[in-house]
Design a protein around this ligand. Structure first.
Ligand SMILES: Cc1ncc(COP(=O)(O)O)c(C=O)c1O
Length: 366
């Protein structure tokens, strides 16, 4: 029986090889492997796509978060509110700048519950870091209201959400900074690690540009200690090319999601609804089920690849021990961690592939 792979990078490269390779070759032949025109060309394209004023290419989504926190002067003594069910990088970035991650629980759709965020605010809170998990935007109206009430910065972790929008406003353009990953598994993916930050703030963009490049403002002048967190020219040219067909990737994933929604048995499979004005991009398609581990094993036996994003909430990780949390502190995120399963949703799957997964999941519960 034909396997249904969770991801299929070889299929992506096969489809774009003829158009991509001349661009890669031109960067290699041009000799500007760091710097050169490819990075600003991608940044301009990302600005045009998202409607942000600035895009600053960096070396990963994690660095996008760390540099944004630093550029907003968030550090020791400051608290940043973040969800416990994200990829670990959101919390790690807060810890890396010396600030304290403060968790707030999530809602049924796995995204921040604005009421929980409001309840987590203390006199030391400096910022909120919402995570648009799965490519579905958080309730940004609710989160921005909390930020406004308390004078807080908002740093969006939009690592999974390029192209998602609410009423036409793009992920990463709601807060002071919007941080993106272009890791190979993201919908807009590099052939290695890469990321970028969106902002409308001129001074913040300037500071991000120098922080990513050793603190240099010109060839010989260092105004503050920086990092080597630049976006590579090769990754930039690949990202520009792939941004050109991102909308077809998103459309294919949304069509797969619609097919799952229509076919999966709601008596056994919970699939969060998208708000009517919310355009989700399905970086992952996450169902919530009883007997998750048994289902995962059953599907693996049928050649169907799945994943769990993420099995252990961050507050229960060994690295978070010093924050003093234990089981029961964030009950919604903890319950979901035992029930979530990401089904294959990649853009290379056919309707038949999705139907096979639907039949297998429904069959498991019958
Ligand atoms: C929600 C979230 N935040 C941050 C990151 C970090 O991005 P990167 O792996 O590019 O450093 C990722 C991606 O892996 C992510 O999914």
């Amino acid at each position: 029986m034909k396997a249904v792979p969770y991801v299929d990078m070889a299929a992506q490269f096969a489809a774009e090889r003829d158009t991509l390779m001349p661009l890669v070759e031109s960067v290699l032949a041009g000799g500007m492997w760091v710097g050169g025109d490819a990075v600003p060309a991608f940044e301009d394209a990302a600005v045009a796509y998202t409607g942000a004023k600035h895009c600053v290419g960096v070396s990963s989504g994690t660095d996008a978060l760390i540099l944004s926190l630093l550029a907003l002067d968030i550090g020791p003594g400051d608290e940043v509110i973040t969800p416990p069910n994200s990829f670990v990088a959101s919390t790690a970035a807060i810890a890396h700048v010396g600030a304290t991650p403060v968790f707030a629980d999530v809602a049924a759709d796995q995204n921040f519950d604005p009421a929980a965020v409001a309840a987590a605010v203390t006199p030391r809170t400096r910022a909120i870091m919402p995570v648009h998990l799965t490519g579905r935007l958080c309730d940004m109206a609710g989160i921005l209201a909390v930020a406004r009430d308390h004078g807080l910065k908002v740093i969006e972790d939009a690592a999974q959400a390029i192209g998602a929008h609410i009423d036409g406003r793009q992920a990463g353009t709601f807060g002071d900074a919007g941080c993106f990953s272009a890791h190979p598994l993201k919908n807009l993916n590099a052939a290695g690690d890469a990321g970028f930050v969106l902002t409308d703030d001129d001074a913040l963009a300037d500071r991000l540009r120098r922080l990513r490049n050793n603190g240099l403002v010109d060839r010989d002048t260092v105004v503050e200690w920086g990092f080597v967190s630049r976006l590579d020219s090769l990754q930039a040219v690949i990202l520009s090319h792939r941004l050109g067909y991102l909308d077809t990737v998103i459309a294919a994933r949304r069509a797969n999601a619609d097919r799952y929604r229509a076919g999966l048995d709601p008596a056994h499979v919970f699939v969060p609804e998208d708000a009517p004005n919310s355009f989700a991009t399905y970086h992952t398609f996450v169902i919530q089920v009883d007997r998750r581990d048994a289902l995962k094993e059953y599907l693996a036996g049928m050649g169907i690849g799945t994943a769990i994003h993420y099995p252990v909430p961050i507050h229960l990780q060994p690295a978070a021990r010093s924050l003093g949390h234990g089981p029961g502190d964030f009950p919604v995120a903890e319950r979901q961690a035992g029930r979530i399963l990401s089904l294959p949703i990649n853009q290379h799957l056919s309707a038949d592939d999705i139907d096979r997964v639907i039949a297998a999941v429904n069959g498991f519960f019958q």
